[in-house]
Design a protein. Structure first.
Length: 336
């Protein structure tokens, strides 16, 4: 047992190497370390390296890492941060890193930030899986690992227990996603508020937007999105959203995809599901009322969308993240 940890908490091992990016290491500790319920921490986060001692960063300072690979043996999640010194090369993994990955227990969640995906690919962990990495490294990644289904247009990917993220800031989105999957939206939103970052950016959002700020004379879709979030209970249409920006539906859809990375209707569905999750976690409303509040036309539609997204029924979701199912209607007991 690693000293200084609680066996009841989810254990996160952050695996670092020479050339690490300090921001990536810090964000993992900050986000997982901030997750708590009733002031009780939910994660133990430990940094480890194959040979404990001084580890170089890509800045003008080094860090001291006291933990070795025994941390990996007991981890529930292993996060591999990037090293620009070693990641984007064709050489096989060195013996130390190979040994570190070999110690990960079956079923352990494995995540990479930025070019850390090169290591997972070199180890064969991404073969046949969808993955992402920093957009600048896409062409090199594809040449080295053609068997990986690389998607350069997303912030993060999650395939079973293997997850990847794009650049450093996308690592924030990935960590919040993992916290949300472990403990629900309320905990993840609280972590986001504590660290003053957006509570949720959809993983499919484009990681590299060529026009992040509207050009002079061109409208953004931000006003329409903000308005839609205030009226999710309404049956919103594409024409109605486009009218909020005084744009044609065609121009609005094109601009929306440029800014958000998905279609307006897909984005609306994602926001409705986030509202459902929030209401299941934070209220005792019955499922019929939740469907209406989130803008789903029927409870059957709500259940189907939630099941397609998470593989669970409203009753199961509420039971998992709130421990209460009494307010849901009896029809949900079927799990559909």
């Amino acid at each position: 047992m690693i000293t200084g940890t609680s066996p009841a908490r989810h254990r996160v091992a952050v695996l670092v190497r020479d050339g690490l990016l300090p921001m990536e290491l810090g964000l993992v500790h900050q986000l997982f370390g901030s997750a708590s319920t009733d002031d009780t921490p939910l994660y133990d986060v430990l940094t480890c390296t194959p040979v404990p001692g001084q580890v170089r960063t890509d800045a003008d300072f080094a860090i001291t890492v006291t933990h070795g690979l025994a941390v990996v043996d007991e981890a529930d999640t292993v996060v591999l941060v990037a090293s620009h010194e070693y990641d984007e090369v064709a050489a096989p993994l060195d013996a130390d890193l190979t040994a570190a990955l070999a110690r990960i227990r079956p079923g352990t969640r494995i995540a990479s930030i930025c070019t850390g995906a090169f290591v997972l690919a070199a180890a064969g962990l991404l073969d046949g899986r969808r993955a992402t990495t920093h957009w600048r490294a896409v062409e090199r990644f594809r040449r080295l690992y053609p068997t990986v289904d690389l998607d350069p247009n997303v912030l993060y990917t999650a395939e079973e227990n293997v997850l990847t993220s794009a650049g450093e800031a996308a690592g924030i989105d990935l960590c919040l996603h993992m916290i949300r999957e472990d403990h629900g939206s309320a905990v993840a939103n609280d972590v986001a508020r504590t660290t003053v970052v957006p509570a949720h950016r959809e993983g499919g959002q484009a990681q590299f937007i060529r026009r992040p700020v509207p050009e002079p004379g061109l409208s953004s879709t931000g006003t329409a999105r903000a308005w839609a979030l205030r009226h999710l209970d309404r049956p919103l249409t594409l024409r109605e959203l486009a009218a909020r920006e005084s744009m044609s539906t065609r121009a609005f859809t094109r601009r929306f995809r440029e800014e958000v990375g998905m279609s307006p209707l897909r984005w609306l569905t994602r926001q409705r599901l986030e509202r459902v999750r929030q209401l299941l976690e934070e209220t005792d409303l019955p499922v019929e009322r939740i469907a209406a509040e989130a803008g789903f036309t029927t409870t059957a539609s709500l259940r189907q969308h939630l099941y397609n997204d998470l593989g669970v029924s409203p009753r199961t979701y509420r039971s998992t993240f709130r421990g209460s199912t009494t307010a849901l209607d009896g029809n949900d007991a079927s799990g559909t």
